[in-house]
Design a protein around this ligand. Structure first.
Ligand SMILES: C[S@@+](CC[C@H](N)C(=O)[O-])C[C@H]1O[C@@H](n2cnc3c(N)ncnc32)[C@H](O)[C@@H]1O
Length: 392
């Protein structure tokens, strides 16, 4: 069979839109962040419906290059980042395969095929269709050489908001979530005292590789968990072998009550300070975000902890402004104190009206120097730059 000339895909991806999955209700924040990341001064068209669980940012031709450089990790409200290159609407009920396959023939081959829907109850009804249609489409594409499993990195995504509409896009290796719909499917661990435990588990998955996590959380390390009760986050730390000071006026529950690795202190989380520095500070207090941001920086500045994962509870309105305020505090104070750091944030699947933030202090030049060559070596630059403020 002769095949039509295919568009060159890797170097010349014809991006028409950026398709972003998010928690239903956060479409506006999700789209605004992406528009800001594009750095365009003109009006950009964004398309979304409230509570739909996704947003599309239409990309004018001259911004395609800028669009390619958008990083998944820098978008707080985005669960999945897809570069959309084509859409079909009004698909016929009786035969969707023919038009979809026809449309795909003009492009180069892909490595994988994923069919996805928004994370809404309505769209979940489409999951059966996606499975069946996906299997048929995959076979047909494979037969025509449109799927080549040994190629690297181009995951073709067919995103179905409804049965008549499909957006075609690519999720790029290293710049995407590896989870279906961008939702980590984590099992509730046996014995955990609250579902919040999944928040910290997810944060660790999102912010670092497994190898990195095994390095950063090691047996014998010490952590402080502020706002710890009933103990879900403490449970995660204990499971990784850490000793935990659990600070909360409320009771710890289940296995975290009286656990030998846990010291429960009924104290005010804003006042508690450890006798000696600890490795980790985690914090899940339901408190004003600005107060929490300042508290975390206090600890980092005083050298009481080296890294921190914490939640910022968001207001109902002006959420991006609140985040910007908090990040302004964190970045401004750490930079003023001459502390190098990395900063990441995500609205996790297990987060509701909140985001989760990870700040890590990088070793100072002096610490590098001592580590490399005792106290005599030449100063060594860490090479790492402070993270940029996340886009609004
Ligand atoms: C969302 S719950 C934490 C859930 C916990 N991370 C878990 O996984 O089980 C918030 C906790 O913060 C605590 N809290 C709020 N203000 C506090 C304060 N000033 N000092 C200490 N704990 C505080 C509350 O008592 C509550 O137990």
């Amino acid at each position: 069979m002769t095949q039509p000339k295919r568009m060159q895909f890797f170097g010349n991806l014809p991006i028409e839109a950026i398709l972003l999955y998010c928690r239903p209700g956060f479409e506006a924040e999700c789209a605004t962040e992406a528009v800001t990341a594009l750095g365009a001064d003109e009006d950009i068209t964004v398309v979304y419906e409230e509570l739909s669980g996704y947003a599309r940012v239409l990309i004018p031709g001259h911004l395609r290059e800028a669009a390619r450089s958008i990083r998944f990790s820098s978008l707080i409200f985005t669960r999945q980042l897809v570069f959309e290159f084509m859409s079909l609407t009004d698909l016929p009920e009786k035969d969707r395969l023919t038009p979809v396959l026809d449309a795909l023939r003009q492009f180069n081959s892909f490595t994988e095929l994923w069919l996805e829907t928004p994370d809404t109850n309505d769209a979940k009804a489409l999951s059966g269709f996606c499975k069946r249609f996906g299997a048929r489409l995959y076979d047909a594409m494979f037969e025509e050489g449109l799927i080549q499993e040994d190629r690297d990195g181009q995951r073709l995504v067919l995103f179905w908001p409804d049965m008549k509409t499909v957006h075609f896009g690519v999720a790029q290796q290293g710049n995407r979530s590896e989870w279906e719909l961008g939702i980590p499917r984590l099992r509730m661990p046996f014995g955990a005292p609250s579902r919040s435990t999944l928040k910290l588990a997810e944060a660790i998955h999102i912010f670092m590789s497994d190898a990195d996590a095994n390095q950063r959380f090691r047996e014998g390390m010490r952590a402080v968990d502020i706002g710890a009760a009933p103990g879900g986050w403490t449970f995660q730390l204990v499971s990784r072998g850490l000793k935990v000071f659990a600070i909360d006026n409320g009771p710890m529950k289940g296995s975290m009550q009286g656990h030998p690795q846990v010291k429960h202190l009924r104290q005010d989380g804003f006042k508690f300070r450890p006798d000696k520095p600890v490795d980790w500070l985690v914090c899940d207090m339901v408190e004003q975000p600005v107060r929490v941001a300042n508290l975390i920086v206090d600890w980092l500045e005083m050298g009481l902890a080296r890294e921190s994962i914490f939640n910022l509870k968001l207001p109902m309105k002006k959420r991006l402004e609140e985040i910007e305020r908090c990040f302004g505090i964190i970045q401004g104070r750490l930079e003023e104190a001459g502390i190098q750091y990395t900063l990441q944030a995500k609205q996790l699947y297990h987060d509701r009206e909140e985001i989760t933030v990870y700040v890590r202090k990088l070793p100072s030049e002096r610490e590098h120097q001592v580590k490399r060559s005792g106290s005599k070596g030449k100063p060594v630059k860490s090479g790492a730059k402070p993270a940029r403020r996340p886009s609004k």
